[in-house]
Design a protein around this ligand. Structure first.
Ligand code: 7TS
Length: 401
């Protein structure tokens, strides 16, 4: 069941044999095939796309656009529905800035949750403030989950848009998003899904989900930094205005008027993230070659193992013991996560401590900070036990005071 055979694809893991990288939720490691693909573009092309009237630029454009098709296939979308952005944050902001600022009006309600990353909450709070709309929160269950029943309890005739995460970056819970989308569409409500922590780990089919928007980042799924994706239904993208203006997205420009290219081009201003897009296409192929179902199953096993083993340690609180993905949130009672993290680091265990850009979750847990271990397919049970040992060492160390 272990996917450890893929560890050899990661130069960082080959270079540092004693590294326990448990911070994929922040950014995944990058496999050689992706690094090589980016390198290939720079070594053999290096030129711009869409504009050069010469063979080199045509070929680079082909690579760049065929990556869009690969990414579209990865989530069962059409290439015309894939907007390249610089990351999930940019994608989520684009939905709010373009769709939200145009179609949300005074008195409307936007439903979101306390589980959101700041990038899927702040843009909507901003829209609500500007447009005099209201933000409502799905009440979380005691363990911090979004349920369909709780979602329904905040739904009203005024609800215009729902912005929810598919998988929480702190708690690792999976939102029952398909059922929520179905309920929303029966009432004509638009749903924007934050899939930053889902797309790297589970098979997503946007047609089956029927989501209106779906956002994710390349760097959390073996792709380069600086590239992300906004999937939007073509009918919605077509009626949304661009929010950035300039090179490449213009159709006709006159002294007193301008027109734009069709979506997705109208949202991609200036020289695009060419190498990033090409690298992300390669990352999608790589993940597909392993199999997203195998990836989720292995991560779920590691997440469950870590939550179980950490829960056994006296003085450790695991906040999401029932987690179904590879994200585990915990603290050593009475020890600040940043202090403990220094002991983890000494033991070559890389994990994140802090509010994880999701302060509403930390508040929900009544903490100022939490520690998070996040697993990917390249992690092993050995990584789990290294974490458990490091936590015990931190308890021993801080217990002396
Ligand atoms: N949404 C979720 C659910 C996320 O986890 C993140 C990043 C983002 C949006 C934003 O993605 P970005 O690529 O634009 O930064 N989350 C984290 C994290 O948990 N630790 O570091 C970044």
């Amino acid at each position: 069941m272990s996917l450890s055979e893929y560890r050899k694809d990661f130069p960082v893991l080959n270079e540092q044999k004693d590294l326990h990288y448990l911070d994929t939720a922040a950014s995944s490691l990058k496999p050689k095939c992706v690094i090589d693909k980016v390198d290939y573009y720079y070594n053999h092309y290096g030129c711009n796309v869409h504009r050069g009237v010469y063979g080199l630029s045509y070929e680079a454009t082909d690579m760049y656009e065929s990556a869009r098709e690969t990414i579209a296939r990865f989530i069962n979308a059409d290439a015309s529905e894939i907007v390249y952005t610089r990351g999930a944050s940019a994608s989520l902001n684009l939905v709010a800035q373009s769709y939200g600022m145009t179609f949300i009006n005074e008195g409307d309600e936007i439903i979101t949750s306390e589980l959101e990353h700041h990038s899927n909450f702040m843009p909507w709070l901003n829209v609500a403030n500007v447009k005099k709309a209201t933000v409502k929160f799905v009440p979380l269950t005691k363990e911090g989950r979004i349920t369909v029943e709780n979602f329904k309890s905040v739904l009203t005739d005024k609800t215009k848009l729902v912005a929810l995460t598919y998988v929480s970056n702190v708690m690792g819970y999976i939102t029952p998003i398909k059922e929520i989308i179905k309920i929303c569409h029966e009432r004509g409500i638009i749903v924007s899904v934050d899939a930053a922590q889902a797309a790297p780990h589970m098979k997503i089919d946007v047609k089956e989900l029927d989501c209106d928007f779906l956002s994710f980042s390349g760097h959390k799924m073996c792709g380069p930094t600086g590239i992300g994706v906004l999937y939007g239904k073509k009918s919605l993208l077509d009626k949304m205005p661009p929010v950035e203006f300039g090179g490449d997205m213009a159709d006709t420009v006159l002294k007193d008027s301008m027109t734009f290219k069709e979506a997705p081009m109208k949202f991609e201003t200036g020289t695009p993230i060419i190498a990033g897009a090409i690298g992300l296409g390669e990352a999608c192929k790589y993940l597909d070659s392993i199999g997203l179902d195998k990836i989720s199953a292995w991560e779920s096993h590691l997440g469950h193992l870590a939550a179980t083993e950490l829960s056994k340690i006296n003085g450790v609180t695991v906040y999401n013991p029932s987690v179904e993905t590879g994200v585990v949130a915990f603290n050593i009672d009475g020890v600040h996560p940043h202090d403990a993290a220094s002991i983890y680091d000494e033991n070559h265990v890389c994990i994140r401590a802090g509010h994880h850009c999701a302060q509403l979750v930390t508040r929900f847990l009544n903490q100022i900070s939490t520690t998070r271990a996040s697993f990917y397919f390249y992690n092993t049970e050995e990584d789990v036990y290294a974490l458990v040992d490091a936590v015990k060492k931190a308890i021993d160390f801080f217990g002396q005071f």
